[in-house]
Design a protein around this ligand. Sequence first.
Ligand SMILES: [Fe+2]
Length: 372
Amino acid sequence: MPFASFDHDPRTRLVFGPGSLARLGVLARELGAQRVLVVTDAGIRKAGHVERATRLLASEGLDFRVFDGVEENPTTHHVEAGAALARGHKADFLVGLGGGSSMDCAKGINFVLTQGGELHEYRGVGKATLPMLPLIAVPTTAGTGSESQSFALISDPVTHLKMACGDRKAAARIAILDPELTLTQPTVVAGSTGIDAVSHAVETLVTRKRTPLSRMFSLEAWRLLEANLESVLKDPNDVDARSGMLLGASLAGAAIENSMLGATHSAANPVTARFGVVHGQAVGILLPHVVRFNAPECEPEYRALASTSELLARRLEALYAATGLPRTLRDFGVEASDLSKLARVAATQWTAQFNPRTVTESDFLEIYQCAL
Ligand SMILES: [Fe+2]
């Protein structure tokens, strides 16, 4: 392919290494924090991470409040609840601590808190006109790579479909990547978030928006994730493997920021919205079929990951099988009669336009049939 033009703006400082959470308080103070809202969920609090994080903030004299009401696939209701707490606290700084849901919710809160109005007004790219609060993102899963992105993915509370609100000002100022925080993930979470990260590496490599730089992120993300996913599933306390996964997921997130995603994510979103299938599981089931669908137009690119696209698809199936998660849509109650409606919604998802091979409603139907 000819060298695509790009405008890469590295705006998130990465602080990586086992134990690096210890720097949270000092880094927040350096960025001018005084009144912090920590955005997280109840599971992260239970794991003890919230207490540690807030102790670090307090030791630097920072006044904090905790919003731990985030749930999986957060909606605008979660964003509004967090924003109300931030307003009451007069927050001047945000910390997103947890998985993609917590980090995305923190970004969503930042939009409505600083710009006013409702979140859907910021759907798309670059709709924020006023300054936004500085954010430190601290992932506790190796998955979405939200810490490397300027997008908040927040679901509509009625349709449960995700809307993407992106603005360069919404990107985290600092991401603290501490692999030790990922040790507390249950294996089922490590599996589903890990395969999601793998899908980000594979999808970003071939999108229509790919650039020489996004390719670099995709390839290194794949190298790290492919080598370490099975290891963390076998030995959850392997800090080196956890490090590889966390860094790989973050680099895959940086690839998304530059090149967007493809048909796997378009197909996965309606399955999650309608049947409640965890994002990583929907993606893990669909990805090999999308690789086979894309193969006629992407064989040379896929060969950077495996000898042939078919061997790549099989390797992806093996990686997903290693998670031990259900392997077909039918396992989640999806029936053949549901597929045409899912395909209709999938074709409207905005990531579909970035897929390297044009993908129509009937193509999605075929992909779903293969995954059933
Ligand atoms: Fe994803």
